[in-house]
Design a binder for this molecule. Structure first.
Ligand code: NDP
Length: 339
């Protein structure tokens, strides 16, 4: 089975790529440059071109960006669309407009390209987000499920960089489901909606200042001192990136996953807990961790944490989730050499 994976040089996509290869798939991944593609091939020398190859798609936002990438030889059976900007740097109106249009056009662009040029594709899996589910109008403890949609408006999208990102994920997932309804293509769609994703960095990371957005809190903890405050936890839900990768593969394989979205989370965590675990597992970094933190592993703030129901992911995708400690150790092991 041949799968096109978008953005193989990213944090999550690198794990999806690994998981697809381990499960015997042949993977064609899109990257923004030949250099990034070559880096991926160089770190997977055990796989021949028939198992792993890349195609350059410089900017997913451009109309027709994926038109030639989806025409593959041998042809594609499925597509995993993971590439989308994840950062909180869009501050001006123009920057926010750019972020939104990259996320939305990237998503609709690949769906259009598949419908028009890749009739052999039967399943598409999109990495959406819990960002497309969270509703700040509800109490934090609301039990989130696949029925939840972020009600964010266009106007709110332009109010701040974090809101712009939340909107980019919400609007692009909505656009994908609208495409399915309006265009009735010959493939089915599944979306995977993870909250905060943590775990080992296995993509090429030249330096710690280039760390992906979700793992950045580990860099600030590891570079901190007892007087540096613990970064506040905004979203108390997480999933390990290795489990998230498996969820994408299962979504391709399970017939019942067609037409469904999945909240993929292991459960609650907090940054204070991350600091505590780092101190326990790595005595050499203990004196860098914030002190005076009341919370210990497993303890939750009295103000409550995000509720969740991950039953659907367990029942349909057969998910088994790693505990937070494994994610913490995974990320620290993978980046400590760059400290
Ligand atoms: P990364 O920043 O590591 O990955 C983003 C990917 O998108 C990279 O491959 C990047 O390419 C690519 N990309 C961004 N903009 C463009 C563009 N204009 N043209 C082509 N490619 C582009 O972050 P993650 O791996 O964390 O994010 C991957 C996906 O997961 C995103 O859809 C994100 O919204 C989603 N997600 C992430 C969560 C998390 O906690 N990490 C939580 C929920 C959802 P390049 O490598 O060249 O920069």
């Amino acid at each position: 089975t041949r799968v096109l994976l978008t953005g193989g040089s990213g944090f999550i996509a690198a794990h999806i790529l690994e998981s697809l290869l381990e499960h015997g798939y042949s993977v064609l991944t899109t990257v923004r440059s030949t250099q990034k593609g070559q880096q991926i091939l160089d770190s997977h020398k055990q796989y021949g071109k028939d198992k792993l190859d890349f195609v350059v798609v410089e900017d997913i936002e451009k109309p027709g960006a994926f038109d030639s990438a989806v025409v593959a030889d041998p042809p594609l059976d499925a597509v995993v669309h993971c590439a989308s900007p994840y950062h909180f740097n869009a501050k001006t109106r123009d920057e926010i407009q750019q972020l939104l249009s990259t996320a939305i056009n990237g998503t609709t662009g690949i769906l259009k390209a598949i419908k028009a040029h890749a009739p052999t594709v039967k399943r598409v899996v999109i990495t959406s987000s819990y960002a497309a589910m969270v509703d700040y109008g509800k109490p934090m403890t609301h039990i989130y499920t696949e029925a939840d949609w972020n009600p964010i408006t266009e106007e709110q999208a332009y109010s701040s960089a974090p809101f712009a990102y939340l909107a980019s994920k919400t609007f692009s997932e909505k656009a994908a489901w609208d495409f399915m309804k309006d265009e009735k293509p010959g493939f089915s769609l599944t979306t995977i909606n993870p909250p905060m994703v943590y775990g080992p960095v296995i993509h090429a990371l030249p330096s710690l200042d280039k760390i992906n957005t979700s793992n950045a809190r580990f860099v600030s903890l590891l570079k901190g001192s007892p007087t540096t405050p613990c970064p506040p936890t905004v979203n108390y839900l997480f999933v390990d990136v290795r489990d998230l990768a498996v969820a994408h593969v299962r979504a391709l394989e399970k017939p019942e996953a067609a037409g469904q979205r999945f909240l993929v989370t292991a459960g609650n965590y907090s940054n204070a807990e991350a600091a505590q675990i780092i101190g326990e597992e790595y005595p050499e970094y203990k004196d860098r961790m914030p002190v005076g933190e009341a919370l210990k592993p497993g303890e939750r703030p009295a103000t409550g944490v995000n509720g969740y129901d991950n039953t659907k992911s367990i029942e349909v995708l057969g998910m088994k989730y790693r505990p937070f400690r494994e994610s913490v150790v995974g990320v620290v092991e993978s980046i400590k050499g760059l400290l």
